[in-house]
Design a protein around this ligand. Sequence first.
Ligand code: NDP
Length: 327
Amino acid sequence: MFQALLIEKDDTGYRAAVRSLDDAQLPPGDVTVRVSHSTLNYKDALALTGKAPVVRKFPMVPGIDLAGVVESSAHPDYQPGDAVLLNGWGVGETHWGGLAQKARLQGDWLIPLPAAFTPQQAMAIGTAGYTAMLCVMALERYGVRPADGEVLVTGAAGGVGSVAVALLARLGYTVVAATGRPHDAAYLQRLGAAEVLDRAQFTGPGKPLGKERWAGAVDVVGSQVLANVCATMKYRGVVTACGLAGGMDLPATVAPFILRGVTLAGIDSVMCPRADRLQAWQRLASDLDLDRLGDISRTVGLQEALVLAPQLLSGQVRGRIVVDVNP
Ligand code: NDP
């Protein structure tokens, strides 16, 4: 038997609770992992609350991330005792995920836990931090260099935002953090933000083009905020769009793209090819100051993760939540 968060949906409603499950209930897969830590990402919070149709099959164990040790394996790349890491691939959406003491998965979805990280540190980074790294790699790929000017991070006090601020600052960029929590300005400055702006200046209806300011941007918010960010990019600036915390729509015009040569680069972590994942995790090992993770993250148990899910969706959770599934 093992403990897990389980989401059920039936005629009586949608509910999530900590349950005791039998190994025989685990889904098919060629590797069984003893999970040590998972995390609470925005998508996990959507799954746990049922606020968006993230879960495609019921009952579902949520958790898009996990770190743990291989218990048994029929996959040629993994042996019992190997430390492994998983992010995405629909785990926690269509296949039972990491918010459990055990998971059975396809070995092809796993990567070896990078030696630089403990399982807890890897989960303090989690999908949010790995996505922040994918954003940074895209800015680099499209040619944004520290000397080009300021880089804006929206939703900066959240999971993706916090890691993006820390990474960009460590790489020498001048980072401007936009947040709905000005009281967290000192936190963002500790992570390396040169300036902290009130999110309110990005949320109103904007003009097709505004004063040019940003050489690059990492946007987790979408909607009007992303439209206003695009409108205030410098000539040939690059915006990486990875989130929808403010909404799925994009009330923008083509003006920034056709008059200023702005690039809007979409970032997806879920189906991201293995080579790019490995590179992102290698870059996290070399470019993220691990001392920052203590400030960025806190660790809770399965029951508390359930309680925190609605708070995360309403923007009240700072940084990252690690879930120790074996309290
Ligand atoms: P968090 O909840 O930790 O952070 C989101 C942040 O956005 C909040 O902390 C808040 O920051 C800001 N925010 C929240 N609500 C609003 C709002 N209504 N308007 C404007 N800003 C808002 O989530 P994550 O960092 O884990 O994820 C951020 C987004 O990125 C989510 O939409 C998530 O689905 C997406 N994502 C996408 C991935 C991909 O593969 N593309 C992978 C990982 C995440 P503040 O208070 O500082 O303003």
